[in-house]
Design a protein around this ligand. Structure first.
Ligand code: 5GP
Ligand code: MG
Length: 461
């Protein structure tokens, strides 16, 4: 299974562009831990460093202070999943044709890649990887005759369907584009004469860059000859930004889709308390992701807030474990309760989301063993019943616990005294209902469906 929820950063106009891109990626590490890469333009050619693992492991002073020369850079980090993790899939992906040196970083997931690849192969294109980005590059190259690179990128964008935030380094230029639905985030910031593009504003904060605005859905921004120009290259659709960015994926100190993530998560927790208050001794989150909704829940309900589950920060995500047995063990390593807090207590637990159910199943069992008197689970989003085609790792329906069991069954199966998921209505109120969000994982209303052959290319990696 291939998944492309990733982090992007671009630095335009700074003598140490690679170092700034490195800091930006560092701030975005939560968006991907599989691989990292930075490409710079040194005035003649592109320079690159890509590697498997965390940002801190992939780049050394040799790269940042010496090899990655240039005042323009793009960087990418890739999300880790059950699929093949190969260096050749690490981005930015580079190509060279005619007098163009191109590099691309992609966050999102395309829906018509097989169709496009067959078409390009029939015209004689040869492919080295099964990445979406390579297909995109072929489209750009094919449409580059006698027009500017941004024209070619615009034509390529009109051919692809699905979710994308793209950064393209084309010689001296940097181009940023967002798909017309606005599924994935991309923001613009500025510090002095330097322009920054990034998936989230927490990357701008670290660079002391001021947040200017989002790249609009269907908009292309071009950084060239010291300035930024912007234009709408694809007609804007009814906006469908990924609501899961606000629930779980983005960092709580970021502004995403114009919303303060911390605030929105607190509002989700407050809404949960409104919908499903219950008498208890205290409430506690499963850290870290549940903490922000738990603050909102505690404030609204008046229940004391306790950090009675402790997180080991030095463990990779439980998600990446290939077998269920390993996943269970991973959760145990990651989350351990404070024993003395649990015995004889009536406890409300706040969790941001349930995907496969591994976390709650193993940890609730533990709380029960430790003598908890009552366990009431409150989840700050609705049941995830449908797979995501736009870049979040909700793979097949078979793995999604809420796609296969009713809420009552889940509560019984896990041995809970009560279970409540935030209603879709409550969630929309918490995030500001008039904004356009994709919530297909909850209601199955997909803004755009995968085309024939979707998923086939992924298996080849
Ligand atoms: P579960 O154990 O139910 O499979 O996963 C749910 C837990 O994983 C939640 O605590 C949630 O914070 C976290 N989570 C939710 N979505 C994702 C995701 O896309 N990737 C990763 N790594 N964790 C997730
Ligand atoms: Mg969590």
């Amino acid at each position: 299974m291939k998944k492309e929820n990733c982090g992007l950063v671009a630095i335009y106009g700074h003598p140490e562009a690679a170092r700034l891109a490195y800091f930006g990626l560092y701030a975005l590490q939560h968006r991907g831990q599989e691989s990292a890469g930075i490409v710079t333009w040194d005035g003649e050619k592109l320079r690159e460093q890509r590697g498997m693992g965390l940002v801190a492991d992939v780049f050394s002073e040799r790269h940042l202070g010496h090899e990655l020369k240039g005042s323009n850079a793009i960087g990418h980090i890739r999300y880790s999943t059950t699929g093949a993790s190969l260096l050749r899939n690490a981005q930015p992906f580079m190509v060279h044709f005619r007098d163009q040196h191109l590099a691309i970083g992609h966050n999102g997931n395309l829906l018509n890649t097989l169709e496009l690849r067959r078409e390009l192969e029939n015209e004689g294109s040869l492919f080295q990887t099964s990445m979406d980005s390579e297909i995109f590059m072929h489209l750009v190259a094919k449409n580059c005759n006698g027009v500017s690179i941004e024209e070619a990128v615009a034509v390529a964008c009109s051919r692809i369907h699905g979710a994308y935030a793209l950064l393209i380094q084309a010689n001296e230029k940097i181009i940023g584009v967002r798909d017309p639905w606005g599924f994935r985030p991309l923001v613009i910031g500025r510090v002095g004469a330097t322009t920054v593009l990034a998936s989230e504003t927490c990357a701008l904060d670290l660079l002391d860059a001021e947040y200017i605005r989002e790249v609009e859905p269907g908009e292309m921004v071009v950084l060239e000859q010291g300035k930024m120009t912007a234009r709408q290259v694809l007609p804007k659709r009814k906006q469908r930004s990924c609501i899961f960015e606000l629930i779980y994926f983005a960092r709580p100190d970021s502004v995403v889709f114009g919303e303060n993530v911390y605030d929105r998560r607190k509002a989700m927790g407050a809404m949960l308390a409104e919908e499903s208050m219950v008498d208890a001794d205290f409430c506690m989150p499963f850290p870290d992701s549940g903490m922000y909704a738990a603050v909102g829940f505690a404030q609204k309900s008046g229940l004391p807030y306790e950090n009675a589950m402790i997180r080991n920060h030095y463990v990779g995500r439980t998600f990446i474990q290939p077998s269920q047995g390993m996943r269970d063990f991973g959760v145990k390593v990651k989350l351990n309760p404070v024993k003395a807090m649990i015995k004889g207590k009536k406890i409300v637990i706040i969790e941001d989301s349930i995907v496969r159910g591994t976390t709650i199943r193993t940890r609730m069992k533990k709380l029960r063993e430790l003598g908890a008197k009552e366990l009431h689970l409150r989840v700050s989003c609705p049941p995830i019943r449908y797979p995501c085609y736009y870049g979040i790792d909700f793979s097949s329906k078979g793995e999604l616990i809420a796609a296969n069991y009713s809420v009552q069954d889940i509560a019984r199966f896990i041995g809970l005294d009560s279970l409540h998921y935030l209603s879709l209505n409550g969630l929309m109120q918490a995030v500001g209902a008039d904004y356009g969000y994709c919530r297909a994982c909850f209601d199955g209303h997909y803004p755009e469906l995968p085309k024939a052959g979707y998923g086939k290319l992924c298996l080849e990696t």
